[in-house]
Design a protein around this ligand. Structure first.
Ligand SMILES: O=C(O)CCC(=O)C(=O)O
Ligand SMILES: [Fe+2]
Length: 314
């Protein structure tokens, strides 16, 4: 690749994911870096309307809240899922206009084409507060998606701005695919990447109204929200239709891959590189808190047949 092409400067190892408000330029950045950034996606007026709306919706009593979820590492944080369609029926069309129409719709279509995707059926409103630990360890997501984030407030390093390692989405993809093909359930994919494996991380500071689009197959995490700081993001996750979820329904492809009939499960050593103790893969399955586990079991593995996208382990 020629120096400087695709926004990469080999000299100072900095990256530029900024994209024009154009689906093809965004998808090009996603393909190369796993992340794209559209500055000034929302104008000041809409950003301020959104801030006002979110302050109302994030309240548990709001009719639009589908469920609230504990944040795994930000104990004082608040996260609720809302339905954009219900909000529109309620005379509040902004979430639909932003996340289910226009640029976001075209990017999702262009990214997954010719496959169909389920475009942001639920929107996650997040308000994270100061905490001594980072917002999640370095990881890639177990379940495949494409994520759209809009910042409601300027977000700097001290506010815990999003971090990622550009280009690692290809590594995450093939890691996930290897585990799934050799009989591991999606919720058991070892996806937490130890810090010493992290190279060239980028902290993506952003202003209110900026849009970040990222492919969570890439290594990512949030920063540390410093005392006196907070982070407010609206996030929307798009899933390719028919992608494997955490739980496999009986007789689906994933269910057969997990069964004893999958020969790759027994012969995976022949399908992988031979490594020594000092060079082996040290990615891990994140330790699950018991409260998360019981929610997880009732939601994904229990009797409930609801095919939800909610996540307790990212
Ligand atoms: O909140 C963050 O900074 C990271 C969130 C994350 O891991 C995700 O959306 O997949
Ligand atoms: Fe994640």
């Amino acid at each position: 690749m020629v120096n400087g092409e695709c926004g990469v400067s080999m000299k100072d190892n900095s990256y530029n994911f900024e994209s024009k408000s154009d689906p093809l330029s965004i998808v090009d950045n996603l393909n190369v870096h796993g992340i794209a950034m559209v500055r000034g996606f929302l104008d000041a007026g809409i950003t301020s309307t959104m801030k006002h709306r979110v302050a109302g919706w994030i309240d548990e009593d709001s009719m639009l809240v589908i469920r609230s979820v504990d944040h795994p590492t930000n104990p004082d944080g608040r996260q609720v899922f809302v339905s954009p369609d219900k909000a529109a029926e309620n005379g509040e069309p902004e979430l639909v206009n932003i996340f289910r129409e226009g640029l976001v719709r075209s990017v999702a279509e262009e990214f997954f084409s010719p496959n169909d995707s389920d475009l942001n059926p639920e929107i996650l409103l997040t308000h994270l507060r100061s905490s001594p630990t980072a917002i999640l360890p370095w990881h890639f997501d177990r379940m495949q998606s494409l994520k759209f984030w809009v910042y409601l407030e300027d977000s700097t390093k001290d506010d815990g701005a999003f971090k990622c390692c550009p280009g690692t989405h290809w590594e995450g993809r093939y890691r996930a695919a290897y585990y799934m093909a050799t009989g591991t359930a999606v919720h058991d994919i070892p996806n937490d990447v130890p810090d010493h494996r992290i190279r060239n991380p980028v902290t993506q500071e952003a202003s209110a109204g900026d849009l970040i689009i990222f492919d969570p197959d890439g290594f990512h995490r949030g920063g540390v929200v410093k005392p006196g700081h907070e982070r407010k993001v609206v996030r929307a996750d798009t899933f390719p239709v028919n992608a494997r979820r955490y739980a496999d329904k009986p007789f689906t492809g994933g269910w057969w891959l997990r069964s004893g009939l999958n020969l790759s499960k027994w012969f995976k050593r022949s399908g992988s590189r031979i490594l020594g103790d000092r060079t082996r893969d040290t990615a891990v399955v994140r330790e699950r808190r018991s409260s998360q586990l019981s929610k997880f079991h009732s939601r994904y593995l229990g009797s409930s047949s609801r095919n939800s996208h909610g996540q307790f382990f990212l």
